[in-house]
Ligand binder design. Structure first.
Ligand code: CAA
Length: 260
Protein backbone atom coordinates (compact mmCIF):
# COMPACT_ATOMS: atom_id res chain seq x y z
CA UNK A 1 0.00 0.00 0.00
CA UNK A 2 1.33 3.45 -0.84
CA UNK A 3 0.72 6.16 1.74
CA UNK A 4 -0.36 9.80 1.36
CA UNK A 5 -0.78 10.87 4.98
CA UNK A 6 2.08 9.06 6.71
CA UNK A 7 5.73 8.24 5.96
CA UNK A 8 7.47 5.02 6.93
CA UNK A 9 11.16 4.24 6.98
CA UNK A 10 13.14 1.24 8.18
CA UNK A 11 16.23 2.19 10.15
CA UNK A 12 17.95 -1.11 10.84
CA UNK A 13 15.57 -3.02 13.13
CA UNK A 14 13.54 0.10 13.92
CA UNK A 15 10.55 1.34 11.91
CA UNK A 16 10.00 5.09 11.94
CA UNK A 17 6.40 6.12 11.19
CA UNK A 18 5.68 9.84 10.69
CA UNK A 19 2.21 11.41 10.65
CA UNK A 20 2.49 13.64 7.61
CA UNK A 21 -0.27 16.23 7.31
CA UNK A 22 1.66 19.18 8.76
CA UNK A 23 -0.65 21.82 7.21
CA UNK A 24 -3.55 20.31 9.21
CA UNK A 25 -1.28 19.86 12.26
CA UNK A 26 -1.29 16.10 11.48
CA UNK A 27 -5.02 15.82 12.29
CA UNK A 28 -6.15 12.21 12.31
CA UNK A 29 -8.72 11.51 9.57
CA UNK A 30 -9.99 8.16 8.29
CA UNK A 31 -7.23 7.94 5.72
CA UNK A 32 -4.56 8.38 8.40
CA UNK A 33 -6.18 5.58 10.40
CA UNK A 34 -6.34 3.24 7.39
CA UNK A 35 -2.70 3.94 6.52
CA UNK A 36 -1.51 3.65 10.12
CA UNK A 37 -3.29 0.30 10.52
CA UNK A 38 -1.50 -0.92 7.39
CA UNK A 39 1.88 0.45 8.49
CA UNK A 40 1.61 -1.05 11.97
CA UNK A 41 0.54 -4.41 10.49
CA UNK A 42 3.56 -4.32 8.14
CA UNK A 43 5.82 -3.55 11.12
CA UNK A 44 4.25 -6.32 13.20
CA UNK A 45 4.61 -8.91 10.41
CA UNK A 46 8.17 -8.02 9.39
CA UNK A 47 10.57 -10.25 11.32
CA UNK A 48 13.47 -7.85 10.71
CA UNK A 49 11.61 -5.04 12.56
CA UNK A 50 11.70 -5.14 16.36
CA UNK A 51 10.61 -1.72 17.63
CA UNK A 52 8.86 1.33 16.13
CA UNK A 53 8.80 5.07 16.72
CA UNK A 54 5.77 7.21 15.84
CA UNK A 55 6.20 10.96 15.45
CA UNK A 56 4.61 13.97 13.72
CA UNK A 57 5.97 15.90 10.72
CA UNK A 58 6.80 19.57 11.21
CA UNK A 59 7.77 21.34 14.41
CA UNK A 60 4.25 22.36 15.49
CA UNK A 61 2.41 19.15 16.22
CA UNK A 62 2.53 15.46 16.90
CA UNK A 63 -1.22 15.52 16.08
CA UNK A 64 -3.83 18.19 16.93
CA UNK A 65 -6.60 15.61 17.26
CA UNK A 66 -9.17 13.73 15.26
CA UNK A 67 -10.03 15.64 12.09
CA UNK A 68 -12.79 18.07 13.12
CA UNK A 69 -13.59 18.91 9.50
CA UNK A 70 -14.29 15.24 8.80
CA UNK A 71 -16.60 14.95 11.84
CA UNK A 72 -18.39 18.29 11.68
CA UNK A 73 -21.26 17.29 9.36
CA UNK A 74 -21.37 13.58 10.07
CA UNK A 75 -24.74 12.37 11.43
CA UNK A 76 -24.73 10.80 14.88
CA UNK A 77 -26.20 7.55 13.50
CA UNK A 78 -23.12 7.12 11.31
CA UNK A 79 -20.74 7.52 14.26
CA UNK A 80 -22.64 4.70 15.99
CA UNK A 81 -23.06 2.46 12.93
CA UNK A 82 -19.38 2.72 12.00
CA UNK A 83 -18.33 2.32 15.65
CA UNK A 84 -16.29 5.43 14.89
CA UNK A 85 -12.76 5.39 16.44
CA UNK A 86 -12.91 1.63 17.16
CA UNK A 87 -10.05 0.92 14.72
CA UNK A 88 -7.55 2.73 16.93
CA UNK A 89 -8.02 0.34 19.84
CA UNK A 90 -8.95 -2.78 17.87
CA UNK A 91 -6.43 -2.62 15.01
CA UNK A 92 -3.49 -0.71 16.45
CA UNK A 93 -3.35 -1.15 20.23
CA UNK A 94 -4.58 -4.75 20.37
CA UNK A 95 -2.88 -6.16 17.28
CA UNK A 96 0.61 -4.74 17.75
CA UNK A 97 2.55 -6.98 20.09
CA UNK A 98 5.93 -5.42 19.33
CA UNK A 99 6.83 -2.26 21.27
CA UNK A 100 6.49 1.23 19.86
CA UNK A 101 7.37 4.65 21.23
CA UNK A 102 5.59 7.97 20.65
CA UNK A 103 8.05 10.84 20.07
CA UNK A 104 5.89 13.91 20.75
CA UNK A 105 6.81 17.30 19.36
CA UNK A 106 4.41 20.26 19.77
CA UNK A 107 0.65 19.73 20.14
CA UNK A 108 -0.72 16.33 21.15
CA UNK A 109 -4.38 17.23 21.56
CA UNK A 110 -7.57 15.19 21.62
CA UNK A 111 -6.97 12.14 19.43
CA UNK A 112 -3.29 13.19 19.20
CA UNK A 113 -2.87 12.92 22.97
CA UNK A 114 -4.88 9.69 22.88
CA UNK A 115 -2.70 8.22 20.11
CA UNK A 116 0.47 9.11 22.04
CA UNK A 117 -0.98 7.37 25.11
CA UNK A 118 -1.60 4.22 23.00
CA UNK A 119 2.18 3.91 22.60
CA UNK A 120 4.16 1.79 25.06
CA UNK A 121 5.71 5.01 26.33
CA UNK A 122 6.10 8.65 25.35
CA UNK A 123 9.25 10.72 24.95
CA UNK A 124 8.43 14.42 24.66
CA UNK A 125 10.27 17.48 23.43
CA UNK A 126 10.35 20.66 25.53
CA UNK A 127 7.67 22.23 23.31
CA UNK A 128 5.19 19.34 23.72
CA UNK A 129 1.67 20.26 24.83
CA UNK A 130 -0.85 17.61 25.82
CA UNK A 131 -4.59 18.12 26.20
CA UNK A 132 -8.12 16.78 25.80
CA UNK A 133 -9.97 19.84 24.46
CA UNK A 134 -12.99 17.89 23.13
CA UNK A 135 -15.28 19.63 25.63
CA UNK A 136 -14.78 22.87 23.70
CA UNK A 137 -16.32 21.13 20.67
CA UNK A 138 -19.36 19.97 22.61
CA UNK A 139 -18.15 16.38 22.89
CA UNK A 140 -15.82 14.28 25.07
CA UNK A 141 -12.75 12.14 24.28
CA UNK A 142 -13.50 9.13 22.07
CA UNK A 143 -10.17 7.38 21.53
CA UNK A 144 -9.26 6.66 25.14
CA UNK A 145 -8.52 10.09 26.63
CA UNK A 146 -10.80 9.96 29.65
CA UNK A 147 -9.64 6.42 30.46
CA UNK A 148 -5.91 6.47 29.69
CA UNK A 149 -5.17 10.03 30.86
CA UNK A 150 -6.78 9.24 34.21
CA UNK A 151 -4.59 6.15 34.58
CA UNK A 152 -1.47 8.15 33.69
CA UNK A 153 -1.90 11.33 35.71
CA UNK A 154 -4.63 10.49 38.26
CA UNK A 155 -8.23 11.62 38.58
CA UNK A 156 -7.67 15.21 39.68
CA UNK A 157 -5.48 16.37 36.79
CA UNK A 158 -7.37 14.27 34.21
CA UNK A 159 -10.70 15.65 35.40
CA UNK A 160 -9.47 19.24 35.30
CA UNK A 161 -7.96 18.79 31.84
CA UNK A 162 -11.10 17.13 30.42
CA UNK A 163 -13.45 19.70 31.99
CA UNK A 164 -11.47 22.81 31.05
CA UNK A 165 -9.61 21.63 27.96
CA UNK A 166 -6.40 23.15 29.32
CA UNK A 167 -3.09 21.95 27.93
CA UNK A 168 -0.30 20.40 29.97
CA UNK A 169 3.28 21.38 29.09
CA UNK A 170 6.16 18.92 28.81
CA UNK A 171 7.59 19.57 32.27
CA UNK A 172 4.23 19.00 33.98
CA UNK A 173 3.67 15.91 31.80
CA UNK A 174 6.95 14.41 32.99
CA UNK A 175 6.25 15.31 36.62
CA UNK A 176 2.79 13.71 36.34
CA UNK A 177 4.02 10.45 34.84
CA UNK A 178 2.52 10.98 31.39
CA UNK A 179 5.89 10.96 29.62
CA UNK A 180 9.09 9.03 30.27
CA UNK A 181 11.35 12.04 29.79
CA UNK A 182 11.68 15.43 28.14
CA UNK A 183 14.46 16.27 25.72
CA UNK A 184 15.19 19.24 23.47
CA UNK A 185 13.30 19.42 20.18
CA UNK A 186 16.57 18.83 18.28
CA UNK A 187 17.30 15.70 20.31
CA UNK A 188 13.81 14.18 20.23
CA UNK A 189 14.01 11.89 17.23
CA UNK A 190 17.57 10.73 17.91
CA UNK A 191 16.70 9.97 21.52
CA UNK A 192 13.57 8.01 20.55
CA UNK A 193 15.40 6.08 17.81
CA UNK A 194 18.32 5.29 20.14
CA UNK A 195 15.88 4.02 22.77
CA UNK A 196 14.08 1.93 20.14
CA UNK A 197 17.45 0.46 19.04
CA UNK A 198 18.19 -0.51 22.65
CA UNK A 199 14.85 -2.33 22.85
CA UNK A 200 15.46 -3.93 19.44
CA UNK A 201 18.71 -5.33 20.87
CA UNK A 202 16.87 -7.17 23.68
CA UNK A 203 15.66 -10.80 23.44
CA UNK A 204 12.46 -10.55 21.31
CA UNK A 205 10.35 -13.03 23.29
CA UNK A 206 11.27 -11.36 26.57
CA UNK A 207 10.40 -7.99 25.02
CA UNK A 208 6.99 -9.35 24.04
CA UNK A 209 6.29 -10.78 27.50
CA UNK A 210 7.52 -7.67 29.32
CA UNK A 211 5.20 -5.52 27.20
CA UNK A 212 2.27 -7.86 27.85
CA UNK A 213 2.85 -7.94 31.59
CA UNK A 214 3.08 -4.18 32.06
CA UNK A 215 -0.11 -3.90 30.01
CA UNK A 216 -1.86 -6.51 32.15
CA UNK A 217 -1.15 -4.34 35.18
CA UNK A 218 -2.35 -1.26 33.37
CA UNK A 219 -5.31 -2.50 31.37
CA UNK A 220 -7.23 -4.91 33.55
CA UNK A 221 -10.57 -3.16 33.22
CA UNK A 222 -9.66 -0.68 30.47
CA UNK A 223 -11.66 -2.48 27.77
CA UNK A 224 -15.01 -1.74 29.34
CA UNK A 225 -13.99 1.86 29.90
CA UNK A 226 -12.96 2.32 26.28
CA UNK A 227 -16.21 0.90 24.92
CA UNK A 228 -18.27 3.06 27.28
CA UNK A 229 -16.23 6.12 26.34
CA UNK A 230 -16.63 5.51 22.59
CA UNK A 231 -20.39 5.10 22.92
CA UNK A 232 -20.62 8.35 24.88
CA UNK A 233 -18.59 10.20 22.23
CA UNK A 234 -20.90 8.81 19.54
CA UNK A 235 -23.99 9.80 21.55
CA UNK A 236 -22.66 13.37 22.03
CA UNK A 237 -22.33 13.75 18.26
CA UNK A 238 -26.18 13.90 18.23
CA UNK A 239 -26.27 17.16 20.21
CA UNK A 240 -26.76 20.63 18.80
CA UNK A 241 -23.70 21.73 20.77
CA UNK A 242 -21.54 19.30 18.76
CA UNK A 243 -22.79 20.76 15.48
CA UNK A 244 -22.22 24.26 16.82
CA UNK A 245 -18.81 23.46 18.38
CA UNK A 246 -17.34 21.97 15.23
CA UNK A 247 -18.88 24.66 12.99
CA UNK A 248 -17.46 27.35 15.29
CA UNK A 249 -14.00 25.76 15.06
CA UNK A 250 -14.08 25.75 11.25
CA UNK A 251 -15.33 29.35 11.24
CA UNK A 252 -12.66 30.35 13.79
CA UNK A 253 -15.11 31.84 16.36
CA UNK A 254 -16.18 30.92 19.92
CA UNK A 255 -19.04 28.41 20.30
CA UNK A 256 -22.55 29.50 21.31
CA UNK A 257 -23.75 26.71 23.64
CA UNK A 258 -27.40 25.62 24.00
CA UNK A 259 -27.04 22.75 26.44
CA UNK A 260 -28.87 20.34 24.13
N1 CAA B 1 -8.95 18.85 12.79
C1 CAA B 1 -8.92 19.43 11.57
N2 CAA B 1 -8.12 20.46 11.27
C2 CAA B 1 -7.31 20.93 12.24
C3 CAA B 1 -7.29 20.39 13.54
C4 CAA B 1 -8.15 19.28 13.79
N3 CAA B 1 -8.18 18.65 14.97
N4 CAA B 1 -6.41 21.08 14.30
C5 CAA B 1 -5.88 22.02 13.50
N5 CAA B 1 -6.43 21.93 12.25
C6 CAA B 1 -6.14 22.77 11.10
C7 CAA B 1 -6.77 24.15 11.23
O1 CAA B 1 -8.15 24.12 10.85
C8 CAA B 1 -5.91 24.96 10.30
O2 CAA B 1 -6.34 24.70 8.99
P1 CAA B 1 -6.56 25.95 7.95
O3 CAA B 1 -5.17 26.51 7.75
O4 CAA B 1 -7.13 25.29 6.75
O5 CAA B 1 -7.46 26.93 8.65
C9 CAA B 1 -4.53 24.32 10.47
O6 CAA B 1 -4.74 23.02 11.00
C10 CAA B 1 -3.62 25.10 11.42
O7 CAA B 1 -4.33 25.23 12.65
P2 CAA B 1 -4.56 26.69 13.36
O8 CAA B 1 -4.58 27.76 12.35
O9 CAA B 1 -5.75 26.52 14.25
O10 CAA B 1 -3.21 26.76 14.22
P3 CAA B 1 -2.98 27.57 15.58
O11 CAA B 1 -1.50 27.54 15.80
O12 CAA B 1 -3.67 28.89 15.53
O13 CAA B 1 -3.71 26.70 16.71
C11 CAA B 1 -4.29 24.64 17.84
C12 CAA B 1 -3.22 25.42 17.01
C13 CAA B 1 -4.44 25.31 19.22
C14 CAA B 1 -3.78 23.22 17.99
C15 CAA B 1 -5.65 24.69 17.07
O14 CAA B 1 -5.44 24.27 15.73
C16 CAA B 1 -6.70 23.79 17.67
O15 CAA B 1 -7.30 24.13 18.67
N6 CAA B 1 -6.95 22.63 17.02
C17 CAA B 1 -8.02 21.74 17.43
C18 CAA B 1 -7.63 20.94 18.66
C19 CAA B 1 -8.76 20.05 19.06
O16 CAA B 1 -9.85 20.50 19.40
N7 CAA B 1 -8.52 18.73 19.05
C20 CAA B 1 -9.51 17.76 19.41
C21 CAA B 1 -10.26 17.27 18.19
S1 CAA B 1 -11.65 16.23 18.57
C22 CAA B 1 -10.95 14.73 18.95
O17 CAA B 1 -9.76 14.54 18.86
C23 CAA B 1 -11.96 13.68 19.39
C24 CAA B 1 -11.33 12.48 20.01
O18 CAA B 1 -11.39 12.27 21.20
C25 CAA B 1 -10.68 11.52 19.20
Amino acid sequence: MSYETILTEKKGAVTLITLNRPKALNALNSQVLTELIDAFAAFENDESQLCAVLTGAGDKAFAAGADIKEMADKPAADFLKEDYFSGWTNDIVKKVRKPWIAAVNGFALGGGCELAMMADFIIASENAKFGQPEIKLGVAPGMGGSQRLTRFVGKSKAMEMCLTGRMMGAEEAERSGLVTRVVSADELLDDALRTAETIAGMPPLAVMINKEMVNVAYETVLDQGLLAERRMFQVLTATEDKTEGMKAFVEKRPGNWKGR
